[in-house]
Design a protein around this ligand. Structure first.
Ligand SMILES: [Zn+2]
Length: 270
């Protein structure tokens, strides 16, 4: 037996043991990092980001971000409860903040439901429904545990498969940067791991259902992504820069998923 086989065997074992099903799409994702480790790291990093950022003082927009975020969060909780998956977010304490930074077209959700929107995305969202597209998408990544999947892969690829807590105690800076990259945090991440097309598409699909359940018209996702795709030449931050999926593919996929979300929107209006 050579080392390659040993490593391959270990990876397969990890995959078998560390797989968790993604809501709605039912794909099995790699899930090696204990939730508690991600949560404690998240609380620390979230505080840190908020301390280092300038929070918006525009009361109207701040309230819009909180209201939309909480409606999406409630929809997520109701959805998971209906499908018996409420444990997924049982330790979440949702928080939605608006960071004053007009150059950053970004938004993200860390584990535990710690979310931020940058003012730079507001010209694209234009209104509350547009914001619901963004937050639905971000909460979609969170429900699908994409962060854990990316963190697991990054720990294998960059840190020789170290546990997160060990990596953090040995190489705090590198681990912190990895965490930020994995969750698409901030405007200047040193090295980029763009979300894969699969993750983007899953987050879009879950996001449409969440926004519809929260009472926002999911069809508005199409003009939102059209506006985003016209953002040529602007420096795009981690989460919303990704060249994949290509905008046309993304919009075509969204059109395909809208019929799945629309009945929830109709029901929400009754
Ligand atoms: Zn995304």
């Amino acid at each position: 037996m050579n080392w390659f086989n040993v490593i391959l065997g270990m990876l397969l074992l990890l995959q078998v043991q560390g797989c968790v099903e993604v809501p709605i799409t039912h794909r099995k994702g790699l899930h090696l990092v204990p939730e508690t480790e991600l949560l404690s790291m998240s609380l620390q990093q979230y505080d840190d980001v908020l301390k280092k950022s300038k929070l918006s003082t525009d009361t109207r927009n701040v309230e819009m971000v909180r209201r939309t975020g909480n409606r999406i969060a409630k929809a997520a909780e109701a959805f998971l409860a209906e499908t018996g998956q409420q444990d997924k977010i049982k330790n979440y304490k949702w928080q939605f903040n608006l960071i004053q930074d007009d150059k950053t077209v970004n938004a993200w959700v860390m584990p535990g439901g710690k979310a931020a929107v940058y003012t730079g995305i507001l010209p694209y969202t234009q209104n509350e429904t547009g914001l619901a597209v963004v937050l639905g998408h971000e909460v979609g990544h969170a429900l699908a545990d994409h962060g854990n999947e990316r963190m697991s892969e990054a720990l294998i690829a960059n840190m020789g498969g170290m546990a997160l807590s060990v990596a953090f105690s040995r190489q705090p800076q590198q681990t912190q940067q990895l965490f930020m990259t994995v969750y698409g945090v901030g405007a200047n991440v040193g090295f980029l791991l763009p979300y894969s097309r699969l993750h983007e598409s899953e987050a879009d699909r879950i996001g449409l259902t969440l926004m519809a359940r929260a009472g926002y018209d999911p069809r508005e996702a199409i003009p939102f992504w059209e506006r985003m795709s016209k953002q040529e030449g602007a420096s795009r931050p981690p989460e919303f820069l990704s060249t994949h999926p290509a905008p046309e593919t993304r919009i075509a996929d969204i059109k395909k998923y809208i019929p799945e979300a629309l009945p929830y929107y109709d029901k929400s209006k009754k």
